[in-house]
Design a protein around this ligand. Structure first.
Ligand code: ACM
Length: 547
């Protein structure tokens, strides 16, 4: 009985007090008197094409702590005592991925412009319910959903998170769990950084040594001393079957996986596996899977055998990933080996290329044409434009905003992923405070508190409305040199991912950090319930602090 009273009080407070714990903040929201009683009698009635969204909602409600709701196709005209209705209305006056959510005493209705919109509407419902493990789920009282009407749609089509599994491998189950939490925040692009100097993580049938050799390294720097070695073998890779499973899992949650295969640089693991595709005509050539972080000299040779190899790899990659965009890396490719290599120099002469930067652009251009022949689009880090940018390439801007301005002036598409605002491998609290907790709190460096992520505006680089249209969206990066396992990844990702979600989804004019911070407390209850290892930001700032 005491239990009942306590949870009733909690529910009242959810309904009546404070901002609703919705992140990202919806475009419009009107609250009303009253509430809907979500109870074990509540079923999900769905339009036939929304079976996936209905099944996922039922499963997610069960994970929170509800009795698994019945799912009923709309054409089954049975009477339900209480229902959440999922409707698809392609003619609704909403942008792509938009939804309307109406919660009233008599029922809950989610109307989506498309299935993604319906899915996002269901995410909002989940955020409004008690978190997993909340005692409220255990008593007999229904959960109260506050009466309201939301009309909502995303600001950007690309709302991404990048995870680097090259530096440290995360098993498929961990990746799926990460994808669940991206979905919770209405993010929709998972950029999977699958290859790097320290590891190749994707099975390629035609080139088995990529994973026999390239997926393993003999040592890594331990936490707390980046210039030393732990002498422990580290590695792992995803089989093609595992990749297909993760792609399908993400797709069901309206998340596109953009795979990244790094070239021409960050390629030491690949070149160690197949030394013939590196610059083998230089002196001292001895490629190996790297055991220290940083930038390494091994880059692919610009020769025909290498292009055949890369095209074969990309053919298998395209068969596994339906994403229109394929990321080819392109960052931090030192040009020293091309300067030394007679073969690379001959290619430059043959193609009339003035310098090694132009050779890289030529290299990327060839790969871009190949991807176009497969009806895909090339995206790469901003270095891909240093020797000229192909008209069709999309640039992921990680360095200075000037690179975005340059690409936008040329009419190219960009995704904003700047290291100053969106590198979640940077410290979120002062380094001294983090390191005082233990060397496992080490980060690469930098300082990126959640306030700074929240303040980011991806369109600040656009000079005209036309340029703004070429900013596809934005994403945060989880480089993993200093994240040896998923628990550390989570610590770096959350709650900054919540700030990213609002940057990527909510209209600029609606953003307000204090308001976000107070909603975040409710969202962090979900993190806690879901056993996420998140960092606790400083408490909500005092009311009246400006933003
Ligand atoms: C990068 O941080 N090298 C893209």
């Amino acid at each position: 009985m005491k239990h009942l009273i306590a949870s009733a009080a909690m529910l009242t407070s959810l309904v009546s007090a404070g901002p609703l714990p919705l992140i990202p903040l919806p475009v419009t929201m009107k609250t009303a008197e009253g509430s809907f009683d979500f109870s074990p009698d509540t079923a999900i009635r769905f339009d036939r094409s929304l079976q996936n969204e209905a099944d996922l909602l039922a499963a997610d409600l069960q994970t929170l702590g509800a009795a698994k709701p019945k799912t009923v196709p709309a054409e089954q005209k049975i009477l339900l005592p209480s229902e959440i209705r999922l409707l698809l209305d392609a003619s609704a006056d909403l942008p792509a991925s938009g939804y309307k959510l109406v919660i009233a005493e008599g029922g809950v209705v989610v109307t989506g412009k498309d299935a993604a919109g319906v899915y996002y509407g269901t995410r909002s419902i989940l955020q409004l319910l008690p978190a997993e493990g909340d005692p409220a789920w255990k008593d007999d009282a229904p959960e109260k959903l506050p009466a309201l009407e939301i009309i909502d749609y995303p600001r950007f089509a690309w709302r991404g998170m990048m995870l680097d599994v090259g530096r440290h491998f995360n098993p498929p189950g961990d990746v799926k769990h990460f994808i669940d939490w991206m979905a919770f925040h209405k993010l929709n692009v998972f950029h999977w950084h699958l290859t790097d100097d320290q590891g190749w993580r994707i099975e390629i049938k035609k080139y088995p040594k990529l994973t026999e050799t390239g997926a393993w390294r003999d040592s890594s720097p331990p936490y707390g001393n980046r210039n030393s070695d732990d002498h422990q073998r580290h590695g792992g890779f995803y089989t093609q079957e595992e990749i297909k499973e993760v792609v399908a899992y993400a797709s069901a949650r309206h998340i596109t996986i953009v795979p990244e295969i790094e070239m021409p640089g960050h390629a030491a693991a690949a070149i160690a596996s197949y030394p013939e595709f590196g610059n083998s005509d230089i002196s001292g050539y001895a490629p190996r899977v790297q055991t220290r972080w940083g930038v390494h000299p091994y880059i692919f040779a610009p020769k025909e055998e290498t292009f055949r190899f890369l095209e074969d790899v990309l053919t298998e990659v395209c068969a596994l990933f339906p994403s229109k965009f394929i990321h080819i890396g392109g960052d931090e490719a030192p040009k020293g080996q091309w300067e030394q290599s007679p073969t690379a120099q001959q290619v430059m002469k043959r193609e009339g290329l003035k310098n090694e930067e132009e050779l890289q652009s030529w290299f990327v251009g060839r790969i871009g044409k190949f991807l176009e022949s497969k009806d895909r689009r090339l995206i790469g880090w901003d270095e891909i434009q240093e020797g000229g940018l192909s008209k069709t390439a999309t640039m992921m801007v990680w360095r200075d905003a000037k690179w975005a301005k340059h690409a936008l002036a040329l009419g190219n598409d960009v995704v904003m992923a700047t290291n100053s605002d969106l590198y979640f491998d940077h410290y979120q609290a002062p380094a001294t405070a983090e390191l005082a907790k233990g060397s496992e709190y080490e980060a690469i460096g930098g300082y990126l508190p959640i306030e700074k992520v929240y303040a980011y505006n991806p369109t600040s680089v656009a000079e005209t409305p036309e340029q703004e249209k070429h900013i596809l969206g934005t994403q945060a990066q989880l480089w993993a040199e200093y994240s040896k396992d998923m628990k550390k990844v989570e610590y770096m990702a959350f709650p900054r991912m919540a700030a990213l979600a609002e940057v990527a989804w909510t209209p600029l004019a609606r953003k307000n950090f204090d308001d976000f911070r107070s909603r975040l407390d409710g969202v962090m209850n979900h993190y806690e319930g879901g056993h996420l290892n998140f960092a606790r930001p400083t408490p909500s700032p005092a009311k009246g602090a400006d933003k």
